[in-house]
Design a protein around this ligand. Structure first.
Ligand code: GLP
Length: 242
């Protein structure tokens, strides 16, 4: 695990974009793994800047989202599909038809999860996975006690995550869905390269556990310790307990 402590969240995002730039130049048909949440927004902005000034192109790339709420239609402003379209897809030159996410409105949720795993595999697997982290150490929506070998599946969100994410729903906890579809930890760690970005004091304990703690389902991100190519990029506040 490479851990980089940047001067600021903006600098961490720029370093992440450098890594992605290198990867997409080496392989234009890159398969990118996309995270939602506020943490990766700086990376997406930086990628958009580089696409707009011609330094990189994502025109041949494809992308797979980590997770999606169950029950929100894809055009609901807080459905992860529309969030990703707002913060990433529309800002870069990727083909929107090649940006994929789990189908949170599927009637047969189990079949949708299996299909999603197959689609990732059919694309050749994820080359570079961008990750944020929850305050409780969750990655995607793999909450504490999730199996470290888990695959894409339906999960119940913890109260803490619903509280954390209620800010996106106007502070209304009842408006936050109770379930989600999420890539499993076993799915995520199959990505060839993983970039985890975190900023702010609220993430400091999760980062301490992820980097220095014992590997345990209690802190799902600790599973990354077994991965051969993980870069953790932090601002000083997120790194303050290391
Ligand atoms: C959600 C997402 C995660 C994300 C986490 C942290 O729970 N499912 O993928 O890492 O929030 O969000 P933020 O970056 O806004 O702190």
């Amino acid at each position: 695990m490479d851990v980089g402590i940047a001067e600021s969240a903006a600098q961490a995002a720029s370093i992440a974009a450098d890594l992605i730039q290198r990867a997409v130049r080496a392989k234009p048909e890159l398969v990118l793994g996309l995270a939602t949440g506020s943490s990766p927004v700086g990376i997406y902005d930086e990628l958009a800047r580089r696409v707009n000034d011609g330094r990189i192109s994502l025109a041949a790339a494809s992308a797979f989202m980590l997770d999606e709420y169950v029950g929100l239609s894809p055009d609901h402003p807080q459905a992860y599909r529309s969030v990703i379209d707002d913060i990433f897809t529309r800002k870069v030159d990727i083909d929107p038809a090649r940006v994929h996410g789990p189908d949170g409105t599927a009637k047969d949720v189990e079949a949708a999860c299996i299909e999603y795993e197959q689609a990732i595999r059919a694309a050749g697997g994820t080359d570079v996975q961008i990750l944020g982290i929850g305050t409780d150490g969750h990655i995607a929506f793999n909450e504490p006690t999730s199996s470290l070998a888990s695959r894409t599946r339906i999960k119940t969100l913890t109260k803490q995550t619903r509280i954390d994410n209620s800010r996106f729903f106007g502070g209304d906890l009842d408006a936050v869905p109770s379930h989600c579809l999420t890539q499993g930890i076993g799915t995520i760690v199959e990505a060839r390269k993983i970039i985890l970005i975190a900023a702010g004091r609220g993430k400091a304990e999760a980062i301490r556990q992820t980097v220095e703690g014992p590997v345990s389902a209690r802190w799902p991100a600790t599973a990354l310790q077994h991965h051969p190519d993980v870069t953790v990029l932090l601002d000083p506040a997120a790194a303050c307990r290391l």
